[in-house]
Ligand binder design. Structure first.
Ligand code: FES
Length: 222
């Protein structure tokens, strides 16, 4: 994440995003989100509002969206807190983009289990397809970011692309995945080796009778 460039609050950014406001659909969603919290606790909506705002920016730019400063200011006004209270949330979580990203935001996990499982090969496949860490490809298709653990260590190495995880990757599988996305071919999230969730590779090794239905082992263990 450290490679993600920060976009300064330039006049151009303010001119483009200074009039940001919820669209009709998101206004309804924002009302519903605010309704979850007691009066006086509107700040609790910081994360869902930032996510909603980023998605709206994404819709407007045909990308995965980002959070220009005027948009963060809008969110702060919506929940009645100083800009800095929202900015510090936006800059803490890698789910929020502080700079424009492409149509596919490829977030490669580089933490220890993924590193040991072959994240270098995943990054090499990205590099071979022209993806550079912290940058967006010239065609606006891919942005590559290296992130910390995304909680799918049992299926390492993995990447998150937009809202989906792709797991059990290697060089060839990553190359094929990026190619499919670039060509608009449907892709299937989850394990790319076909294993179910995080079952042991090769299938279950214990409690096998439980795979398809509940099984009572108690009489067998007596
Ligand atoms: S280390 Fe990569 S998902 Fe946890």
């Amino acid at each position: 994440m450290a490679e993600a460039p920060k976009i300064p609050d330039e006049a151009e950014t303010r001119a483009r995003w200074g009039v940001f406001a919820w669209n009709d659909d998101n206004q309804k969603k924002a009302n519903e989100i605010l309704g979850r919290y007691p009066k006086g606790r509107e700040q609790s909506a910081s994360i869902p509002f930032l996510d909603l705002a980023q998605r709206q920016v994404g819709e407007q730019t045909q990308t995965q969206g980002w959070l220009p400063v005027p948009v963060i200011e809008f969110v702060a006004r919506q929940i009645g807190v100083p800009y800095m209270r929202v900015y510090e949330v936006a800059t803490f979580y890698t789910m929020f983009n502080m700079a424009p990203v492409g149509r596919f935001h490829v977030q490669v996990c580089g933490t220890t289990p993924c590193l040991l499982g072959g994240s270098d090969d995943v990054l090499a496949a990205c590099k071979n397809k022209g993806l550079i860490k912290g940058r967006t490809t010239p065609d606006g298709m891919f942005t590559l970011t290296e992130v910390e653990c995304l909680g799918a260590c049992a299926n390492a190495p993995m990447v998150q692309i937009n809202d989906d995880n792709f797991e059990d990757l290697d060089y060839d599988k990553t190359s094929a995945l990026l190619e499919a996305l670039a060509n608009g071919t449907p892709v299937t999230p989850g394990s790319q080796t076909g294993r179910r969730d995080s079952c042991p590779a090769g299938g279950p090794t214990s409690l096998k009778e439980m795979v398809d239905e509940n099984h009572d082992y108690r009489t067998e263990w007596a």
